[in-house]
Design a protein around this ligand. Sequence first.
Ligand SMILES: [Zn+2]
Length: 389
Amino acid sequence: MYELLWLLLPVAAASGWVLAKRDVRRAGKSIGALSPEYFKGLNYLLNEQPDKAIEVFVRMLEVDSDTVEIHLALGNLFRQRGEVDRAIRIHQNLIARPTLSKEQRAQALLELGQDYLRAGLFDRVESLSLELIAMDAHTVRALRLLSDIYQQEREWEKAITILRKLQSAGGEAQHAIIAHCYCELAEQARKKNNDDEAMRLLKRALAADGECVRASLLRGAMAAEAGDCKGAIRAYEQVEKQDPAYLSEMVPALVDCYRRSGKLDALSAYLERLLAAHGGVTPLLVLVEIIRERQGEEEAMSYLSEQLRTRPTLRGLAKLVSINAARAQAEDDSCRTLQLVSETFEHIISEKPLYRCNTCGFTGKTQHWLCPGCKHWNTVKPIQGVEGE
Ligand SMILES: [Zn+2]
């Protein structure tokens, strides 16, 4: 309530000032003669009746060239506060006035489009945006609105067309989002068992954005599924130069392909190179398993301890403890302690998020290409550092 009061006071004061200024012009009254309506509105605010106060303030704001800005500001204020219905009423009221200049009308249409977007009224956003583009007014912002609704409605082909227009009209790079739209289409094609179409779309994704990790992961998964281990390995290994932050996403699938082709030496060499260049506990744990299989537990543990000294991670330490706990045979106190420590580690790790958005801080246990928090693409990545990779 008090927050609203502080937000509304400047608007109320400005409206009083505008009315007073007009009174001066029209009737020669002194500046400072505020409308009685203004005090009525203020009284409602002070009596914690914001709804009535708002009605009064909106009513006293007769739409003319002096008050258009105030209407726009008031509408935006409501939208920002999440009161979308009120914002829509104010902006619709504004647009209905025949006295608006072309520029004012375009501005009000744009604001109304943003209200509709917040309210989820996508068909109205679409028609408003198209109207603005036809008027050649606020084209870039109208294209952005269209791109938002087509993405939210998962109309990926339309989104691609608009994003390309936005790229040439606004000069902002949209290639990463265009690539995700192609990946979405590829996933749809894959669900319909149309693998050729899916592959064609993934090629287009990579042509739009050579650094599209998602396209490489999908290509790898499709090749692996078709039994083409060589093709899958080639696709997965692209991730390293595209964005090493996503290496942990492809390592398990890559390991599977190498194992299926019986190329353990090549796998070890590749993982060692990855580890030296980028660190990461996921390749480390695979290497530890390979050493354990081929050279035994002693070797695996000494390799793991050595690595943990230079790059300590929770998951690495948990692995070390779990190997030790499994090795301890005797039912003595130290063995039980090791088992308890190992279980505690597992518990701590299972509670930790695996991914974090580097824009809004959203965290979760599953990978999202589009952040559910801030709606940015490519910002949710595997967590690095001691508690992550
Ligand atoms: Zn985010």
